[in-house]
Design a protein around this ligand. Structure first.
Ligand code: FES
Length: 105
């Protein structure tokens, strides 16, 4: 599993997702509740960028139809999305946020 630096920790604003691309994979990086999460940036229901949605209670909401995805598991909490979105491991090293997208596709 190879971790790649995606941004600095100080570049992340609490509860404001940041969209990055890793090897062509769009990833939403979210700092919330004292942790940093990385979730695939495309909703499992349609081609919508999750990083444009709101973050609350460790979930990110798809702005189009309102499904929320758990940032820890990628599971949707309600319809219309029924499939999970991949989540990726995150490492913090000093001020560097590193993400690995090689495990999931
Ligand atoms: S596109 Fe995300 S819930 Fe419909």
């Amino acid at each position: 599993m190879s971790f790649v630096r995606v941004c600095g920790l100080s570049e992340l604003t609490e509860d404001t997702p940041k969209r990055v691309e890793l090897d062509g994979t769009p990833v939403s990086v979210v700092r919330t509740e004292g942790e940093v999460f990385a979730i695939h940036d495309i909703c499992s229901h349609a081609n919508v960028s999750l990083s444009e949605g709101e973050v609350e209670d460790c979930q990110i909401e798809c702005w189009l139809h309102g499904s929320s995805f758990d940032l820890r598991t990628g599971k949707p909490s309600g319809l219309p999305a029924t499939r999970p979105v991949p989540v990726y491991p995150v490492k913090i090293e000093g001020d560097d946020v590193l993400v690995s997208v090689t495990q999931e596709s």
